[in-house]
Design a protein around this ligand. Structure first.
Ligand SMILES: [Zn+2]
Length: 500
């Protein structure tokens, strides 16, 4: 085991703390390519668990997976004006198809072969609306072909100069759902449904409470009619957009000529939606739950849910405790628990430290006295209010541990929700808003006049943006009457925050 480094306290430097947690837990690392990251096995396991849960939810709502090319003809991107404007500044462009030797020594011994220049450059997908809807135009003929409900799991590239592991990288992994519908109402229902799927996933799996709502015109997806988002509040009181769902209207259908014959025999453009979540959610998971001892992983997404640590002083004890530990491991594995046993030749304290940094929700210690008493000692990664370790009878372990993991999952969600509410203020005035955003920060609810000018001024002065115009469930009991910034009549309550 590498020598354990100290984690920078969260209160001292949140950004350093976040990086230290990732490095100590071995979730990801920086890559030789600036802006890109390497996802290490434990981090990738979290992504696999996220994928599996979400994929089941997508399929249960009628979607099928497909795969579209990484390369998109440059001209495709230009077909939807708003869309190209939204992505132009971060697109990687492929112009050549091979290298040739320069005859010079060293790293620059090769260069793009001028003879291989592409007639039309290709862009590396920043998102796949254009190429997918070009194919939909081929596949959709009649109203009988609708709705067409697809999803793809892939990587995308949006050029970044600053890197923040899992939050801001040039290449990242995600899923993008793409659907086509006969009517605006069907597309709207789909966009809302998938927002609900994201919410359910974030709350039940990531244990991360989210607000749902609509984005303003200035914050919506380039080319969309309406964008909806799920927004979470991190422990530094900055918001994280953890998923978006767009009603694209007929913008892309018109650009790519996706038409269908209606039941009445006419011809009409389809209505599209797209929706996506990415490896950014792993950043959300880390910043929602973790502490100064390292990663805290919610049990449902923890690569290892339980670690068994046998404790011995001599070989005889080692045989005894590892034998019992092995039985516990088998029983838990049979009960569907992701469990490991740590038989490394290290002091117990060093093992505890290591597994805590890696976020394992539950540790079971087995010493000679526990074996004699027919029990193990259970220690939670996040101590309950009552604190301390609790004995678990060996006969009960397989039944008790899954229940305990469920309880931990619930407690993490409740704690995160309580923290979010404690860091939200409602009915703000302009003065309160400025104090809040220059001070602790968090979610500020207030009236909004609907003007992009107010949004722009607020962003310049405080760096805060409207995260969502919240859905009714999240709106304040009393709706504001005036814009908290300019005093004109309010058209909607808005939630502001500084954001990632
Ligand atoms: Zn205003």
């Amino acid at each position: 085991m590498a020598h354990a480094e100290k984690i920078t306290p969260r209160s001292q430097d949140f950004s350093e703390w976040y990086n230290d947690v990732i490095m100590q837990a071995q979730l990801a690392d920086y890559s030789p390519v600036r802006g890109c990251m390497v996802i290490r096995p434990l981090g990738y396991r979290i992504w696999e668990l996220m994928q599996r849960a979400l994929d089941d939810m997508f399929k249960a709502t009628g979607h099928q997976n497909a795969y579209f090319p990484l390369f998109i003809p440059e001209s495709f991107l230009a077909k939807e004006a708003e869309h190209v404007e939204g992505f132009a500044k971060e697109v990687a462009v492929v112009t050549h198809t091979r290298l040739r030797a320069t005859g010079k020594a060293g790293a620059a011994a090769v260069e793009p072969d001028p003879a291989s220049e592409l007639e039309e450059p290709l862009v590396v997908r920043p998102t796949s609306e254009t190429i997918i809807y070009a194919m939909f135009a081929k596949w959709i003929q009649s109203y009988r072909d609708l709705p067409l409900l697809m999803n793809q799991w892939c990587n995308i590239v949006r050029w970044e100069l600053r890197t923040r592991l899992f939050l801001r990288t040039t290449e990242f992994l995600w899923q993008e759902g793409h659907t086509a519908h006969a009517t605006e109402a069907d597309a709207e229902a789909e966009a809302r449904q998938m927002l609900g799927v994201y919410r359910q996933f974030q709350e039940e799996w990531v244990a991360m409470p989210v607000l749902t709502g609509r984005k303003t015109e200035s914050e919506k997806f380039a080319g969309a009619l309406r964008t909806y988002a799920v927004e979470a509040l991190m422990q530094d009181n900055k918001a994280l957009q953890a998923g978006t769902s767009h009603n694209l209207g007929q913008n892309f259908a018109r650009a790519f000529n996706v038409q269908y014959q209606t039941a009445a025999g006419g011809l009409d453009f389809v209505w599209n939606t797209s929706w996506g979540v990415s490896t950014r959610m792993i950043g959300g998971l880390i910043m929602t739950h973790s502490d100064d001892n390292g990663l805290v992983a919610p049990p449902r997404l923890a690569p290892i849910q339980v670690v068994i640590v046998p404790i011995w002083k001599n070989d005889e004890e080692r045989g005894q405790v590892s034998g019992v530990g092995g039985q516990v491991k088998d029983a838990l594995a049979k009960a569907g628990v992701r469990v490991e046993m740590d038989l490394r030749d290290l002091k117990p304290g060093a093992k505890y430290f290591d597994w805590e940094a890696k976020g394992v929700p539950l540790r079971l210690e087995v010493g000679p006295r526990d074996v004699a008493a027919g029990q193990v000692m259970a220690a939670r990664r996040v101590k309950p209010a009552a604190g301390g370790k609790a004995p678990l009878a060996l006969a009960d372990v397989a039944a008790a541990v899954p229940k305990l993991l469920d309880e931990i999952q619930r407690e993490l969600f409740e704690a995160a929700k309580a923290r979010r509410e404690a860091n939200s203020i409602r009915g703000v005035t302009r003065t309160q808003f400025l104090e809040f955003m220059n001070g602790p920060g968090g979610f500020a609810y207030g009236g909004f006049c609907g003007s992009g000018d107010c949004e722009a001024q607020i962003k310049t002065e405080t760096a805060a943006t409207i995260r969502v115009l919240p859905d009714p469930e999240f709106q304040s009991p009393e709706q504001p009457r005036t814009c908290m910034w300019c005093g004109k009549p309010s058209v909607a309550e808005a939630v502001w925050a500084q954001a990632y």
